[in-house]
Write a protein that binds this ligand. Structure first.
Ligand code: SF4
Length: 450
């Protein structure tokens, strides 16, 4: 798939990473870059696959060639992160959101859903259930809900860390540096914030700024890293107006941001949103009480002088008109197949990242979407622990899979599916090997020195 020499280098680098143990490969004389990398470094130089090649794979239709991609991704997955599938228990603790994302069912203007916030005790009950099921991680997810105060979440995280051995991942949108710092000090281990698309113009069209406050998710991802969180991000695939070049740049960002976790899924607009209402055939997927009353969530990429990626000034959209689709030949389809391609390429570009086979995949292919994701590079699934009474109200996109199952049904279903693949359920917290092998912010360019 790449030039033979590049392939050999890539294989050597993967083997080194897979066999080196939890030490920074800097000691092995491999090239190391820092998260705030200085100087030019490109995928072509450090990974053996350039943006042109990524784009070619994204456009690939030949079944035999795609089988080659799936095999390669699965092989790299096995050699870099192993056969274990890690389970992350998802707790959707609030569906309040103050934002207006043009595709999301939780947007503040959607008055058709009942809003909820779970109590701290309810969240803790879900965490205890996670321990009973043998999960090593819980993901606390909500809309961008400022009603979830810093103090409330500090209390929940502290109690969880005191009572359980769980790793705690937060996915609560864009929050202040003080909030992020307080939650990290309380014990939160990881943070998920999708940048959604590297096309800044497109990001701004579909994510109106909140209170005129500009979004700079790459900068926030760097802050999270500096605070000591394991950092996860990801994108939507097939946003109207998203081109193949955009998506190839998204993949490039995954590598440049040196993500510990990468979550991707097809663009699935909720019908009660401007983009859902305007959904054109071209953007249709191919296959497919007691609480406190009251994802989270992208741009022509701009290379910063420091080698990272930054957004420029935000230009608020003037309307909620959906962005026009890209020219037919350039528009990325929001299909299941394209999602598998992105998962597989993400695995090749970021061998040590934790990559989930997402609920969105299970939504577009209930029979085997999750399994195919796991066979094409993914190593994580996220069983839902949210009580069913709330789960139905957490409808970011329509017809979400597993919306009415109770937690134990999700648990048994997923563990059986993993066993049927001949894979094992991971034990322990499933910490990022990317982080474990290179602590203290030193980031690895996965190429042996020529
Ligand atoms: S994508 Fe996230 S921030 Fe945007 S409306 Fe939905 S929950 Fe809120």
């Amino acid at each position: 798939m790449t030039r033979a020499r590049d392939r050999r280098r890539y294989a050597r680098a993967i083997s080194a990473l897979a066999s080196d143990g939890p030490r920074c490969p800097r000691r092995r004389g491999e090239r190391v870059v820092t998260f705030r990398a200085t100087g030019p470094w490109t995928l072509e130089r450090v990974r053996g696959m350039n943006v042109k090649e990524i784009t070619r794979w994204l456009r690939e239709d030949d079944d035999a060639r795609l089988d080659e991609l799936w095999r390669e991704a699965d092989d790299v997955r096995r050699r870099s992160v192993g056969d274990a599938v890690h389970l992350r228990g998802l707790i959707e603790f609030s569906n309040h959101c103050g934002r207006l994302c043009l595709y999301c069912g939780l947007r503040v203007e959607n008055r058709a859903i009942d809003r909820y916030r779970m109590s701290a005790d309810e969240v803790l009950d879900c965490a205890r259930q996670a321990v009973e099921f043998g999960y090593g991680t819980v993901v606390l997810q909500s809309g961008e809900d400022l009603g979830t105060t810093r103090e409330w979440l500090v209390d929940v995280v502290r109690r969880m860390k005191a009572e359980t051995p769980l790793a705690v991942t937060l996915s609560v949108g864009e929050r202040s540096l003080d909030d992020l710092r307080a939650w990290r000090a309380a014990g939160a281990d990881r943070y998920l914030l999708r940048f959604e698309t590297s096309n800044r113009t497109l990001f701004e069209r579909i994510h109106p700024p909140r209170d005129g406050r500009p979004s700079d998710r790459p900068a926030m991802l760097r802050q999270l890293r500096d605070l000591g969180y394991e950092v996860g991000s990801g994108v939507m695939i097939g946003i109207p107006g998203q081109t193949y070049a955009d998506l190839a740049r998204d993949l490039e960002w995954f590598a440049e941001l040196d993500l510990d976790m990468i979550g991707v899924g097809p663009f699935l607009p909720h019908p009660a949103t401007p983009l859902g209402a305007a959904a054109a055939p071209a953007s249709v997927v191919a296959s497919a009480p007691g609480g406190r009353r009251g994802t989270s969530a992208g741009s022509s990429a701009t290379a910063s002088p420091a080698g990272g990626r930054r957004y420029g000034p935000v230009v608020p959209p003037t309307s909620e008109d959906p962005p026009p689709p890209a020219a037919t030949s350039g528009q990325v389809p929001n299909t299941e197949l394209m999602t598998y391609k992105v998962i597989a390429l993400a695995r090749l570009l970021c061998p040590l990242a934790n990559i989930p086979s997402t609920t969105a995949l299970a939504t577009v292919n209930r029979a085997e979407g999750r399994e195919l994701g796991l066979r094409r590079g993914a190593n994580v699934v996220m069983p839902n622990l949210t009580p069913a009474v709330y789960r139905r109200q957490y409808e970011i996109y329509p017809a979400k899979a597993c919306i009415s199952e109770e937690a134990d049904a999700c648990h048994h279903c997923l563990t059986q599916r993993i066993a049927a693949l001949g894979r094992s359920v991971g034990s322990g917290r499933g910490d990022s090997l990317n982080r474990l092998r290179c602590p203290a912010g030193a980031r690895i360019a996965r190429e042996a020195t020529p």
